[in-house]
Design a protein around this ligand. Sequence first.
Ligand SMILES: NC(=O)c1ccc[n+]([C@@H]2O[C@H](COP(=O)([O-])OP(=O)(O)OC[C@H]3O[C@@H](n4cnc5c(N)ncnc54)[C@H](O)[C@@H]3O)[C@@H](O)[C@H]2O)c1
Length: 449
Amino acid sequence: MSIKDQLLAKINARHAVVAIVGLGYVGLPLAVAFAERGFPVIGIDIDDRKVASLNRGESYVQDIPSARLAALVPKGDRAAAGLPATAGTFRATTDYAALEQCDAAIICVPTPLNKTRDPDVRFVISAGESVARHIHPGMLVALESTTYPGTTEDLLLPMLTNRAIVDRLQVNSFDVGTDFFLAFSPERIDPGNQHYVVENTPKVVGGVTPACREVAVALYGAAMETIVPISSTQAAEMVKLLENTFRAVNIALVNEVAIMCDKLGIDVWEVIEAAATKPYGFMKFTPGPGVGGHCIPLDPFYLSWKMKTLNYNARFIQLAGEINSDMPRYWVEKAVDALNGAGKPMKGSRVLVLGVAYKKDIDDLRESPALDIIELLRSKGADVRYHDPYVPVMSHNGHDLTCEPALDAALDAADCVVIVTDHTVYDWTQVYAVARVVVDTRHVGVQRS
Ligand SMILES: NC(=O)c1ccc[n+]([C@@H]2O[C@H](COP(=O)([O-])OP(=O)(O)OC[C@H]3O[C@@H](n4cnc5c(N)ncnc54)[C@H](O)[C@@H]3O)[C@@H](O)[C@H]2O)c1
């Protein structure tokens, strides 16, 4: 039996041991999905606090309740309970040596931007180097982190085929597609989305060779309902960038339309709702305070950086980035005007930012426009407070803030309330009833009964 067929047999029997490298918003739900389908799963993360927490069955990712995780963490005598020792279990470790017993390693580490907004792939490099130290024949390596086209083949592949590996394994050659397998499959997780989760979100998979793709499709297909095979890892990397650039550009477009409507004295929301009645050729996007999260504000810049290396200027990405990142300034100017209308200067006024997470019903602050809004308000001399039921404390640019303990009292004490995140738990009628001046970046005012 070829190495590939042996691996396929293990996958089909759900005996393949799956390592998930990087146990964050993306990695943990993926680990749970494989374990719940009966695979033995080992999670690897450099953060020992996360690892300890997971081994206690305690989740720090909102979409994975601790009870769901705890059911997968080995405890008691599984044999006595009629269960195989490892099937459908999850354990976490900081020790990459665990890869020795793994048949697959799926890398889900962060891909941020550096200070000059260029790709910062040091987490991918470090995870790749660690995997390379333990890779062995018959192993599938898949990258899920969002990145520029070419990362899997240009950055990861050379690490996994270097001379040191051949020497360590004492083999003549260690070739991709025959001895080991390499694929890229973009993560599509949407934190807080109750309907589309890992299992029912179609999964795009591209392999370095057809055999790589076949193995990766088999593994992902064992845990996910729909697999979308694609011709190459580069195309799979580009799929994710298209998806997120599409959102960034359309959000920027509707944000600019909102600014234009404001200048024209037209209600942008009425315009959007009417346009959305068109049964074809229009997709509804809504304006807001800007874009946040680990994806939309960052991922398109991986593509524009790559295009710069090819002497091409990705103009849509540039412009969308400028418009979206300028939205906090627009809304702070609105707050200045609103306070002015009430006869108060921004300097010295108490401003309550309502909701700081980057989108509703989640606790993720990464790249949230609330951070810029708070900074800008502060720079104008405002006494800024915030309330967010999902974010008890926050720290940004050296400032520590604590969530206001009582919402009604905070609304009452504020000269101006800036609504940034439309969490479902907020009662907007109540907010509008108590607040003196409201700046509503989410258009929740109309939802009042
Ligand atoms: N969060 C999302 O909504 C989302 C959606 C789609 C795609 N993505 C992409 O998925 C990737 C991961 O994002 P995330 O939100 O899960 O990040 P995260 O920060 O929540 O988690 C990443 C984890 O990787 C760990 N880590 C870092 N370096 C490591 C290493 N060398 N070895 C092992 N573990 C390491 C970190 O400790 C952390 O626990 C990124 O490329 C991101 O762009 C994220």
